[in-house]
Design a protein around this ligand. Structure first.
Ligand SMILES: [Mg+2]
Length: 378
């Protein structure tokens, strides 16, 4: 479903380069073009002056880098620059930021491990199937997983979709018991009114978090839902710069900040967002359904950020995931717990010959229309 965009920043020092990721589904050609445009600003500059280069990428060319295409391009380059800096000093990225703040990080998976059909297309009238997929996640070693148990709805609907969502979550809870953490991603499908109904109905099931219960453009509506339930509300994957997070946190629109390192301006901006989240005592659980460079980035970030609580991971989206990358961190497959990478930078190596076997393919469209023919959110 996603074309992974890997960014390689080269230097004139033999063997010194960095890897980043700038994957943005359905915008692949735009991001690749944006990387070309932005790179004009920094080619020939000192790669160790990351903040200086970031300021150039974000502020020069007149337009600030806050649109998602440009912010994704900047993020991919910024991540590669930090990888490069770590390699230059011979230490993992998290050691550049003060050293590890924890011994291990817990991974969570998507139902079905990231297989498009299982995660995005299991209909919510198949509560039993949600229960089975939940059981599979736990059998795979995960102690936490995310599901899409809230269907697309018109701005106002009655009980039926709410009961369907509740049945799915009840089936998952029944299948895995109370010791496993269940998350539900609403994909910002509901209106604020419907989001509140779903949040209220799912409250008794003790979700670890409820994600994007309404549009991210409505921080006040997110805040209203966050106030109305004890379930922590999560959001942030579609915000691309510090000021947007400032506005979200100021109204307490979430308890869990899902900044995406590959969209929010890379590590440079993410560290500022994390500091702001800390001031509000908001947890960090970065959005990461993308490729392996993004996962390595999330983990390096997590080992350096006290408020980081869990790492989103996809392990079953394409069968060749492990062919294109070698990783420096260790995953205990029985518990899906990660211990820190000890290699320099992000600790990854990309097999470019393998990457070449998977050229761009047009992403499968995921277009949603409601029963009356009007346009809905995926
Ligand atoms: Mg999401």
């Amino acid at each position: 479903m996603r074309n992974w965009i890997f960014v390689k920043v080269l230097t004139n020092e033999p063997g010194l380069y960095g890897w980043g990721e700038a994957t943005l589904e359905w915008h692949t050609r735009s991001v690749v073009g944006a990387i070309e445009d932005v790179s004009e600003l920094i080619i020939g500059e000192d790669p160790h002056r990351i903040e200086h280069l970031w300021q150039m990428m974000w502020r020069q060319h007149f337009w600030h880098g806050s649109g998602v295409v440009r912010s994704t391009a900047i993020s991919g380059i910024d991540i590669a620059l930090w990888d490069l800096l770590g390699k230059s000093h011979g230490v993992p990225c998290h050691r550049l930021w003060g050293g590890p703040v924890r011994d291990e990080i817990r991974l969570y998976c998507h139902l079905g491990g990231g297989k498009l059909e299982s995660f995005y297309e299991t209909p919510v009238d198949s509560a039993k199937q949600f229960g089975e997929l939940a059981r599979n996640a736990v059998d795979d070693g995960f102690s936490a997983f995310k599901s899409m148990a809230v269907p697309p709805t018109l701005p106002l609907e009655g009980l039926k979709p709410v009961k369907a969502a509740e049945a799915c979550v009840a089936a998952m809870r029944e299948a895995v018991g109370d010791d496993v953490d269940i998350m539900v991603d609403c994909h910002a499908r509901p209106s604020p009114a419907m989001g509140l109904k779903f949040a209220t109905a799912l409250e008794p099931y003790g979700l670890y978090f409820l994600e994007e219960p309404c549009w991210p453009e409505n921080p006040e509506s997110l805040a209203a839902i966050n106030r109305a339930v004890s379930t922590p509300i999560a959001t942030g994957e579609r915000l691309t710069h510090l000021a947007a997070f400032r506005d979200l946190f100021a109204v307490r629109g979430c308890e869990v900040c899902q900044l995406d390192l590959t969209h929010c301006g890379g590590f440079t901006e993410a560290r500022r967002i994390a500091a702001l989240a800390d001031a509000h005592r908001i947890s960090l659980a970065p959005h990461n359904p993308q490729g392996p460079v993004s996962t390595a980035a999330s983990l390096e970030f997590g080992f350096a950020q006290p408020s980081y609580v869990i790492c989103e991971s996809v392990h079953n989206d394409v069968p060749w995931r492990d062919d294109v990358v070698s990783e420096g961190f260790e995953v205990d497959p029985t518990r899906r717990i990660v211990t820190p990478n000890t290699r320099p930078g992000l600790g990854i190596e990309i097999n470019e010959a393998e990457v070449k076997k998977h050229p761009f393919e047009q992403e499968v469209p995921q277009r949603v229309f409601y029963q009356d023919g009007s346009v809905g959110d995926w």
